[in-house]
Design a protein around this ligand. Structure first.
Ligand code: INS
Length: 275
């Protein structure tokens, strides 16, 4: 399987208590790492020369192919964690917008921007290139101007026709005219709490497996990518349970090298109900 992931790789500055860590991040990074164990992954992104070479090498070593639009500076966020699931974000710098796409056919295209870099035209282009396009709301509703994160809004019409759309519950409120029937699967997550999922407009709830989490960076990105892969290959409820378990194991370990057996075992503890 060949997958394209579109969005900025990010220089994350993670602040927890008095500790500071500089790490690679961005929805594209977490989605790509989650998929790299299952598929051939390419990332379409934009970074500047300030992006550490060793981080790019790490991606190449994971077998991920990069298509890079050069930029003056890379996108960078400061994420200050107040507790495992609560954080404050500040945008420090932004790379270039992504307005084109590599040619070729992809089994899955994941649009996972972090700072408004994927335009409605790029969403339309992706829909012409693949019949399995998925997206995360987060980067579509963020202002691209540096400073304390400002949320704008987006017209949900651009998401009609997508296979999967993921949104955090607080972000979903900023999507105007969001139409669950226009999207095959709509996933609305609430951190560790009960989430909602719509399959062609039919509502379900899911209760994620409980794990101890120190920080939640990348949770939505891993959930969206793993769900998309599982949903490409198995029925909806099974895909939802597996994606929720996969995300829980990632958050618990902050690595992707756990065996699928563990995912399948934990998936049995995820409750999905049709309303
Ligand atoms: C993180 C992560 C988050 C996103 C942040 C990003 O690395 O990808 O999902 O909200 O903006 O810096």
């Amino acid at each position: 399987m060949r997958c394209l992931i579109v969005g900025h790789l990010v220089r994350d500055i993670i602040v927890k208590g008095s500790g500071i860590e500089h790490r690679i991040g961005g929805g594209a990074y977490y989605s790509a790492m989650a998929l790299s164990r299952f598929c051939r992954v390419e990332i379409l992104t934009s970074v500047g020369r300030d992006f550490p070479e060793s981080w790019l090498q790490g991606l190449e070593e994971a077998g991920i192919v990069l298509h890079t639009i050069p930029a003056e500076s890379s996108t960078s966020y400061r994420l200050r964690y107040l507790d495992g699931n609560t954080r404050e974000l500040s945008l420090l710098s932004v790379a270039e917008r992504i307005t084109n796409m590599p040619h070729g056919s992809y089994d899955i295209i994941i649009l996972n921007p972090v700072a408004g870099e994927v335009t409605p035209e790029t969403v339309a282009l992706a829909k012409r290139r693949s019949n399995f396009v998925v997206a995360d709301v987060q980067g579509f509703i963020r202002s691209p101007h540096p400073g304390r994160l400002k949320l704008t809004g987006v017209d949900g019409g651009i998401f009609n026709g997508l296979k999967v759309l993921h949104s955090d519950v607080s972000e979903a409120r900023l999507v105007r005219n969001l139409n669950p029937e226009g999207i095959e699967v709509l996933l609305i997550s609430r951190g560790a709490d009960v989430g909602q999922a719509y399959l062609r407009g039919r509502k379900y709830t899911y209760t994620p497996a409980r794990v101890a989490v120190e920080e939640s960076t990348g949770a939505g990105d891993v959930f969206l990518a793993s769900f998309s892969y599982f949903y490409h290959n198995c029925p909806f409820i099974q895909a939802l349970k597996r994606a929720s378990a996969f995300t829980a194991l990632f958050l618990q370990r902050r690595s992707f090298d756990f065996p699928m057996d563990e995912v399948n075992e934990l998936a049995m503890r995820v409750k999905v109900e049709r309303l």
